[in-house]
Design a protein around this ligand. Structure first.
Ligand SMILES: N[C@@H](CCSC[C@H]1O[C@@H](n2cnc3c(=O)[nH]cnc32)[C@H](O)[C@@H]1O)C(=O)O
Ligand SMILES: [Zn+2]
Length: 436
């Protein structure tokens, strides 16, 4: 059948994200995966011209939210290892658990993560983990958009792992109807040597791939690194032109003098993970300074085991509140900036410039928020304020990705939720029992 497109009518408000303006009482047409038209309800065409229509009365439309740093399958470790600092948490709890993960476990852990992301309004995410071909299966089936990379720890993965991760990146780039793209992902400067990182830099350049890495996350890590190498991790990477590729740097909490200039000059894209940084006691990234220097800052949840969920709405609230409290200045980071970090900036970080804003011609990755849901609450002085400062992700009603309705009235259409809960519970318990 000839596809006639989707009409979304009676939209209470549209927040385009690329400008602060709010459009009221609108309709929007999706055709061929893209936003075809946005206009006032006064000129709304007849419903008969469309194959599907959504009545968005009482709902506001936003670009889909973008999670620029996570490890989806770590949902299996939710509540398994809390209240510990990064290195102890990784070495004593997380890495032993991960050593027991099968590829099927990663499939179901990723499914649990993707289910949670979709229901909470996330339309694209960046994932660094292992068995990413299995994660890609989940992405393809679910309808979400993702930037996938095999994480590399040199002592575990070596040259063979590097080769496999490159093969994965080349084979899966632009798959799932273009919804999957790929990167290379050395885990961190403290788990990969200079030679290994230099090789990855070269392979990324040769194959036009971006690079995803954990960078300067904790104070102890940066201090240790300086003791070993005499320079900061950022300076160290800059010495062999690591930042010349498109870089997605997660965390970037602790800077040394000179680091900011490198981040700025080389257009490094930052995934700020305020909840994970708070929970692991890592610190507060100086994102006010990054934004002032025009460095691109987006938001990530990090893995569930250090968060402990994938809700970008509460992540955004934490991002704003931490800057306000840390600088004794409530004017820092307003709701429009939060919206930008979650959408346009996220799209830039992930090299997905066709998404991240509501504009004719852009990809139709959109979410509807129900202003009448319990979690949104009343009164409605300012809907963006209620969303980021009062609500949680239960206000997400509809999720559209690549022009397809994936979540409708809060229910997922593409995945079997009960089966995912059952498998995740069973698999997480099995591993935890073995480690007792
Ligand atoms: N091939 C590697 C897998 C690396 S995936 C990425 C890794 O990052 C770990 N990780 C998760 N959160 C953080 C964080 O906040 N900082 C550093 N590493 C993290 C995660 O547990 C996983 O081991 C291996 O054989 O271990
Ligand atoms: Zn991480």
């Amino acid at each position: 059948m000839f596809e006639l497109g989707i009409l979304i009518k009676n939209i209470l408000e549209i927040y385009p994200a690329d400008k602060a303006e709010v459009l009221k009482d609108q309709y929007l047409i999706i055709e061929d995966k893209k936003i075809k038209k946005i206009a006032s309800m006064e000129s709304c065409p007849s419903e008969k011209e469309f194959s599907e229509q959504i009545d968005a009365e009482g709902k506001i439309l936003l670009p889909g939210l973008i999670n620029t740093h996570t490890h989806s399958a770590m949902t299996l470790m939710r509540g398994y290892a809390d209240d510990m600092p990064l290195q102890k948490w990784l070495q004593n709890k997380i890495w032993p658990f991960e050593a027991k993960l099968s590829e099927d476990d990663i499939y179901w852990g990723t499914a649990l993560g993707v289910l949670e992301m979709l229901k909470s309004g996330t339309t694209a995410f960046a994932d660094m983990y292992f068995a990413m071909d299995r994660a890609a299966e989940v992405v393809a089936k679910s309808g979400i958009r993702a930037v996938l990379a095999e994480g590399l720890i040199e002592a575990n993965d070596g040259e063979e792992g590097l080769e496999n991760s490159l093969n994965f990146a080349l084979e899966y780039n632009n798959t799932a109807e273009g919804r999957i793209t790929t990167m290379l992902a050395p885990h961190a400067p403290y788990t990969c040597s200079r030679a290994y990182l230099a090789k990855i830099t070269e392979l990324a350049a040769d194959n036009n791939l971006a690079v995803h890495i954990h960078l300067s996350e904790t104070k102890a890590e940066v201090e240790d690194f300086i003791n070993k190498h005499s320079v900061s991790p950022i300076k160290f990477l800059d010495e062999f032109n690591f930042f010349e590729n498109h870089i997605l740097a997660a965390h970037v909490v602790h800077l040394e003098p000179g680091d900011l200039k490198i981040l700025k000059n080389d257009n490094v894209n930052i995934a700020h993970n305020p909840v994970s940084n708070a929970k692991l006691g890592s610190g507060i990234a100086p994102i006010i300074d990054y934004l002032a220097a025009d460095i691109n800052v987006s938001l990530g949840t990090d893995g569930v085991s250090s968060n402990n969920n994938l809700d970008l709405i509460t992540e955004a609230r934490m991002a704003a509140y931490l800057q306000k409290v840390n600088n004794y200045d409530p004017s820092l980071i307003d709701t429009q900036q939060l919206l930008k970090m979650l959408t346009i900036n996220g799209a830039q970080t992930l090299n997905l410039s066709q998404t991240g804003m509501i504009k004719e011609g852009k990809k139709a990755d959109l979410i509807l928020i129900d202003t009448q849901s319990n979690s949104f609450s009343y009164p409605h002085h300012n809907n963006l304020s209620n969303l980021f400062y009062a609500a949680d992700s239960r206000v997400v009603d509809t999720v559209i990705i690549d022009g397809k309705i994936i979540v409708e009235a809060g229910e997922i259409k593409t995945l079997d939720q009960e089966k995912i809960y059952y498998e995740a519970e069973k698999r997480a318990k099995r591993i935890a029992d073995k480690l007792k």
